[in-house]
Write a protein that binds this ligand. Structure first.
Ligand code: UDP
Length: 195
């Protein structure tokens, strides 16, 4: 079974390693790719918010189980998922790839002090990354305008740490525009990364 349905959200039935292989191949091909790492809160929110559910069902290319609660629910439904695949682990791994390859990375989200600390850490520990954008997540413009700003920088990777559903709404615009990048919502990851 390719997908495992947990309360209307279709999780990809893949291991961390299988996701890695597919993401690398899509990066190499410059394919527009929108990844959602969904925890139980996201699944519950999607069940109460048709617009959000639609984004997960129609715009996301991959949905990973970000949380043991999802893995347990899948097992209870007798359609087990192989393992937990968190946004933070994928973020760290993709940043490593970006550093090795000198990729163009756009980071958006978290408080101004946090994004500044993230920027400093990237400059120090991922110095080969081409950081084409780093902005906090408390902008007041429409998401369409923000999406346009991101698109102009032609990133290979976009990480949005705005919390759900905002991060997925932003990335779904970029995905609908077929922006040729790998993009992922990473929740509170910048807070962890900067700490
Ligand atoms: N955030 C943001 N803009 C907002 C609301 C939240 O950038 O308008 C950031 C917040 O500073 C934090 C992250 O989004 O860094 C959300 O973290 P949380 O752990 O609440 O998200 P979850 O992983 O639960 O979606």
């Amino acid at each position: 079974m390719d997908k495992v349905n947990v309360l209307g959200v279709n999780f990809d039935n893949k291991t961390f390693n299988q996701f890695q292989n597919e993401f690398i191949s899509r990066l190499n091909d410059h394919e527009s790719t929108f990844i959602v790492t969904a925890n139980p809160e996201i699944v519950m929110a999607a069940n109460e918010n048709p617009r959000y559910l639609k984004v997960l069902q129609e715009d996301a290319d991959y949905i990973t189980a970000d949380g043991i609660g999802i893995v347990k629910a899948a097992k209870m439904l007798k359609t087990p998922l192989p393992e937990r695949v968190t946004g933070y682990d994928l973020f760290l791994w993709l940043m490593k790839i970006a550093n090795e390859r000198g990729l163009r990375v756009y980071l958006i989200g978290a408080k101004p002090s946090v994004i500044h600390a993230v920027q400093a850490k990237v400059a120090k520990e991922y110095s080969n990354v081409n950081l084409v954008g780093a902005e906090d997540g408390y902008f007041t413009e429409d998401l369409d305008l923000v999406a346009r700003r991101i698109q102009r920088t032609q990133p290979d990777l976009v990480f949005a740490a705005l919390g759900f559903p905002k991060q997925e709404y932003l990335l779904s615009i970029l995905r609908q525009n077929a922006m040729p990048a790998l993009m992922m919502g990473v929740g509170g990851s910048f807070d962890v990364f900067s700490g």
